[in-house]
Write a protein that binds this ligand. Sequence first.
Ligand SMILES: Cc1cc2nc3c(=O)[nH]c(=O)nc-3n(C[C@H](O)[C@H](O)[C@H](O)COP(=O)(O)OP(=O)(O)OC[C@H]3O[C@@H](n4cnc5c(N)ncnc54)[C@H](O)[C@@H]3O)c2cc1C
Length: 390
Amino acid sequence: MSRTSLPSSVLIAGCGIVGAATAFFLSRRGIDVTVLDREGPAAAATGAADGAVSVASKRPGPMMIAALSGVMLYRELLAEGVLTDLFKPRSTYIIAASEEECAVLEAHAAALSGEGVQVEMFGRQALRDHFPSLSPAARIGVEVKGDGHAIGYRIVNRMLSAFGVTVRRGTEVTGLIEAADGSVAGLASNQGDFHAEAIVVASGNGTADLLGFNGIMRPRKGQLLVTERAPALNASMPGSIMSGRYLLSKGSQKGAPTQARGYGLVIDPLVTGQFLIGGTREDTDARQTNDLDAVRHILTDAVELVPDLSRVRLLRAFAGVRTAVIDGLPMVGPVSGRKNLFVAAGFEGDGICLGPVMGRAIADMICGKRPALDLAPFEPARFSTREVAA
Ligand SMILES: Cc1cc2nc3c(=O)[nH]c(=O)nc-3n(C[C@H](O)[C@H](O)[C@H](O)COP(=O)(O)OP(=O)(O)OC[C@H]3O[C@@H](n4cnc5c(N)ncnc54)[C@H](O)[C@@H]3O)c2cc1C
């Protein structure tokens, strides 16, 4: 879409981090933005995420490159004052405790360093000296420097309030309003029709139905736990922990398991002194439920790696549902055959990290500017019409 002037109005379907970030970057250019959400801001995955703003777990290639841009943008927004108090820079430590995890981690560290990410490798003894709360079962560790943490719903609130975006809660988008020239004139909803010059669908798991991507996008649930405060233990941890198994469960490496429920341990020491511990990857959209098997499994893994967590009480368990795309890459860009319709969805477990940078990219495209990040790998047009219809 090439424009000589900015659109006067934009409609966004979905008020997760992606919709809110897109709204932020458009509204700061003075464009009138309305965001429609069937529930409210951060009601879905964004409000139920861990919040790792992290390159550490990304597959080499486009996702690692995008995550590097994502982390850099968080740092820029922090420096500008937009994210004051909301982005906590910290390292991620990927820990391997088995032969298989060591092999995966060594290959992954080489890939990260090949992309210019600063990493430091620790052998067993060096790891114990540097990270004393880790169990002796930890064999090797890789510190990935430059990562950070952000709570999704807080980012959304800041981005919506910065330039006064209009949010319509309880507004379920039910379809596109077609214009005679092949463009999209607006969105139909349970609250009536809305019109604008450009339309963005950032509806997470609602995107497939709206754009006919069923079979291409899938819900993927995750269960997470939050502990009480344990300030001394929290302060003793120089960063967050990710188990080598997390890389396997996420499919970051060839040969990743494909069972319906995968586990991958992440322990994030929060600024509050609590710990956020995750999690599962499950091919279901049952977001209201936690189960004892999952809670027990996650806690057992966590205590195995950080034994002192056995003295910290669990406060709550919750679950959220990510939106996965079958080829493991999000869908970001113009929708084929529609002049003024864009999609940004399918970020699976990476949308807190990638939301702002992808929101800025969509805003750039709408304004006729080439995004700094190469979006070619994420273009929706990579799926043939046949696949979309299936
Ligand atoms: C357990 C868990 C842990 C995670 N941990 C991390 C992490 O550590 N780091 C990371 O980077 N990412 C993480 N993620 C992933 C991240 O949360 C998501 O990728 C990201 O929040 C997706 O944002 P979104 O805006 O695309 O979608 P969502 O947050 O799902 O927002 C979509 C919005 O669209 C609305 N909507 C849907 N359909 C319609 C409709 N028809 N009409 C109107 N509104 C509609 C919904 O109500 C919702 O508010 C995690 C996710 C989960 C579940």
